[in-house]
Design a binder for this molecule. Structure first.
Ligand SMILES: NC(=O)c1ccc[n+]([C@@H]2O[C@H](COP(=O)([O-])OP(=O)(O)OC[C@H]3O[C@@H](n4cnc5c(N)ncnc54)[C@H](OP(=O)(O)O)[C@@H]3O)[C@@H](O)[C@H]2O)c1
Length: 314
C-alpha cells in the first residue's frame, strides 16, 4: 500500500512530510526516486510528467492537488481510474480573498493612490464610487465562482455570473451558455474568470470577448481578472486591447507559459497586475487532510467526493 507523490513546479518536501504524518501505515513513494510500481494504490498529482502515472497496475484513484484537473486530463496516458479534485474551504477562501481584494483595488483606485504616494502628491480627490455602481461578472460559477460572488455581494458589488447551467444565486443573476454570453458581457465592468481549462474554454478570453464588455461603467472602461488558467486567455489580444485603451486594466494570476518569461510585456505594462499563479495556493495541511479523508472513504467502500467527469473536462 503506497501513495505516489507526483509533483512538479512546487516544493515536494512539505507534501511528503504531511502524507508521511497523515498516513503512517502507508508507504510514500516519490516520482523521480526508485519505487515499487506494483505497490502504488493511490497517487496525488500536480503537473506530473505526462505518462508517469501509467504502468501502475494497482492504482485505484488519482487526486489532483489543485481544484483544476487540466494538468491530469491533458495526459494521453492517464490511467482509467477515478480522479478527484480539491474542493476545500481553505482554498476557496483564498481565491475569494484574491477576487474581492482586486475588485476593491479597482473600485477604490488603489494603484492611482500608490502612484501618487510615490510622488508625495496630496490631491483633494472626490472621485469615489460606491461598490453598487461597479458591475462584476464572474465567468465560471462553480465552487470558487459562487463563493467569490457571495463575498462580493456582502461588499455591496453588483454581481452576475455566467456558466453552462446559469443558476441564479441569492442576489446574483445567472446567465447560461454561449447564447447568453453577449448579454452577460454587455453588463460587466470587471470580468472575473474562474473557469476550468477544457477544450471548450481554451482561448475564450480573447479580443472579441473583451470587446463585448460594458463601455459605460464607472471605471471609464472594463477590467479583467483571470485567476482560472492561462490557457483560457489569448495573450496578444489582451495586450492589444490594453494598448488601445479599450481594456483599462488586467489582473493576471495565470499565463500561457509559467513561470512568466522575463521579457513578457505583462511585467511592465502600466495596465497590468501580475501575480505568480498564487491566487489560491493549495496548503499541504488542508489539502493533505482532504486527500486522506478521500482515501479513508474509498477504504470504507464509500464513493469519492468531488470526483471529476473526464468527458466534461472538469
Ligand atoms: N489561480 C489559482 O491559484 C487557482 C486555484 C484554484 C483553482 N483555479 C482554477 O479555477 C477553476 C475553477 O474552479 P472551481 O472549483 O470553481 O471549478 P468548478 O466547481 O468545477 O466550476 C467550474 C464552473 O465553470 C463552468 N463551466 C465549465 N465549462 C464551461 C463552459 N464551457 N461554458 C460555461 N461555463 C462553463 C461550470 O458550469 P456549470 O456550473 O454549469 O457546470 C462551473 O460553473 C479551476 O478549474 C482552476 O483552473 C485557479
Amino acid at each position: 500500500m503506497t501513495l505516489l507523490v507526483a509533483i512538479t513546479g512546487w516544493q515536494v518536501e512539505p507534501w511528503i512530510d504531511r502524507f508521511r504524518r497523515l498516513l503512517p501505515e502507508r508507504g510514500i513513494a516519490v516520482l523521480g526516486e526508485p519505487f515499487d510500481r506494483r505497490a502504488v494504490d493511490y497517487a496525488v498529482a500536480w503537473k506530473h510528467p505526462p505518462g508517469s502515472l501509467a504502468g501502475l497496475p494497482n492504482l485505484g484513484a488519482v487526486f489532483s492537488l489543485g481544484a483544476g484537473v487540466d494538468h491530469l486530463l491533458s495526459d494521453p496516458k492517464l490511467p482509467d481510474v477515478p480522479i478527484a479534485r480539491v474542493v476545500d474551504s481553505d482554498l476557496t477562501n483564498r481565491m475569494s480573498e484574491y477576487v474581492v481584494m482586486h475588485c476593491l483595488m479597482l473600485l477604490r483606485q488603489q494603484r492611482r493612490y500608490a502612484d501618487r504616494q510615490a510622488k508625495r502628491l496630496w490631491l483633494d480627490d472626490k472621485d469615489q464610487r460606491a461598490a453598487a455602481d461597479l458591475r462584476i461578472g464572474i465567468m465560471g460559477m462553480g465552487v470558487l465562482g459562487k463563493d467569490a460572488a457571495a463575498k462580493l455581494r456582502v461588499m455591496g458589488f453588483d454581481v452576475a455570473g455566467w456558466s453552462r447551467s446559469g443558476a441564479d444565486l441569492d442576489g446574483v443573476v445567472g446567465y447560461a451558455g454561449a447564447e447568453n454570453l453577449p448579454a452577460f458581457l454587455a453588463r460587466t465592468d470587471v470580468l472575473v474568470v474562474l473557469l476550468p481549462l477544457t477544450p471548450e474554454t481554451r482561448g475564450i478570453v480573447n479580443g472579441a470577448l473583451l470587446d463585448g464588455l460594458a463601455r459605460d461603467g464607472v471605471l471609464g472602461g472594463p477590467a479583467l481578472i483571470n485567476a482560472g488558467r492561462g490557457g483560457l486567455q489569448v495573450e496578444e489580444e489582451i495586450l492589444d486591447r490594453l494598448d488601445r485603451g479599450s481594456l483599462k486594466h488586467a489582473v493576471l494570476d495565470v499565463f500561457n507559459a509559467e513561470p512568466l518569461a522575463a521579457d513578457s510585456r505583462f511585467w511592465t505594462h502600466p495596465g497590468v497586475t501580475v501575480t505568480p499563479h498564487n491566487a489560491a495556493m493549495s496548503d499541504p495541511d488542508a489539502i493533505g487532510r482532504l486527500v486522506v479523508r478521500q482515501i479513508r472513504r474509498l477504504e470504507q467502500g464509500l464513493p469519492l467526493e468531488n470526483a471529476v467527469d473526464p468527458r466534461r473536462g472538469y
